[in-house]
Design a protein. Structure first.
Length: 201
């Protein structure tokens, strides 16, 4: 199975990219948030999950291992396949998903396209203990570190140096603190928008 790909971005769509690795182009399904961080010709590492069916093989790619692990874990819920699992991660980060499960927030889960109220209830029932044991519902200091790492990786793929990324992330942290919002519970796409609005330092 293909667990990781490192190569050059050759094609970008809202839900997929083509990554060239040693002369071979791999079509990888991604979330819109991931796609938005990419640029043609840039180097990229994706942590991948391969779904094999009788008539197809599909690669799903993520910017960090935790997102891939969450993607695979969500599919253990009855009635949830890879496309719905990807939709969940397009709307919720692993930390925000864990938070929704820990707080039994059916509204948060059912707001994801393809889930609905019954699907949200199944997720709560089947994943609550598993998310806790996998470390997704982590202490606040760990969650803070994870959102910073995810955002830093997204900014790096856009050409930000580590120093510039850290400066912008600090601005995001201050902005969220001023609004009384924990960035660890925010979607990566929202964090990235806030970071880009802050500009380069």
């Amino acid at each position: 199975m293909i667990a990781q790909l490192t190569g050059e971005v050759r094609s970008i769509a809202s839900d997929r990219v083509v990554l060239e690795v040693n002369g071979v182009g791999y079509l990888v399904s991604v979330t819109p948030a991931t796609s938005a961080t990419l640029s043609l010709g840039s180097a990229l590492t994706l942590h991948t999950s391969m779904i094999v069916r009788e008539d197809s093989m599909t690669l799903f790619g993520f910017l960090d291992p935790k997102s891939r692990e969450t993607f695979e874990l969500v599919q253990t819920v009855s009635g949830i396949g890879p496309r719905v699992a990807l939709s969940i991660l397009a709307h919720l980060t692993p930390d925000s998903l864990a938070h929704a499960i820990a707080t039994e927030s059916i509204d948060t889960l059912s707001a994801v396209p393809g889930i609905g109220k019954k699907g949200a209830q199944r997720i709560l029932l089947e994943l609550k203990g598993k998310m806790a044991s996998s470390g997704s519902h982590a202490p606040a200091n760990v969650s803070a570190s994870l959102w910073r790492e995810q955002l830093s990786g997204a900014l790096a793929s856009l050409g930000y140096s580590p120093r510039d990324a850290d400066a912008v992330i600090s601005i995001v942290a201050i902005d969220y603190a001023n609004r009384g919002v924990d960035p660890a519970t925010a979607d990566l796409s929202d964090l990235l928008k806030a970071a880009l609005a802050g500009g380069r330092s």
